[in-house]
Design a protein around this ligand. Structure first.
Ligand SMILES: [Zn+2]
Ligand SMILES: [Zn+2]
Length: 132
């Protein structure tokens, strides 16, 4: 008996852009580089990767709008509500997705990697070291 692969789905605030991914999520991590901050409006972005071959856009809007944020990276967002959805690196066989746009963001847990931690606002760093 073969096990059905786990499915992950998500989308933007307005539902125009939706996606579905199957298979093993990789490299769940946080990033607080200034690009992630100004792109998302948040103190950090939680990212996770999925193989492009296991990934599809399923919403009425199809693919998100894209902004070229660096030489090889495009950042995808909803042209309707502005939701920050993904990053696609040229020539890379995976897509990076923002964990908080998944329908069940609690399932995808960032690992120890916290990129550009020093760029995060000081009040945010102080805050995440404190339990609620
Ligand atoms: Zn939207
Ligand atoms: Zn970043």
């Amino acid at each position: 008996m073969t096990k059905k692969p786990k499915e992950f789905s998500g989308g933007c605030l307005c539902g125009h852009i939706r996606f579905q991914a199957t298979g093993k999520p990789t490299f769940p991590h946080l990033c607080s580089c200034r690009m992630c901050q100004t792109w998302s409006g948040a103190p950090t972005v939680a990212w996770v990767e999925f193989p492009l071959k296991n990934f599809s856009w399923t919403g009425p809007g199809g693919e998100p709008a894209k902004f070229k944020s660096s030489e090889k990276t495009q950042r995808g967002f909803c042209p309707n509500c502005g939701g920050s959805i993904c990053a696609i690196d040229e020539g890379y066989d995976k897509i990076s997705l923002t964990i908080t746009t998944f329908d069940e963001p609690s399932v995808l847990v960032p690992g120890k990697q916290f990129s550009y931690r020093k760029s995060a606002p000081k009040w945010f760093i102080a805050d995440i070291n404190r339990s609620s």
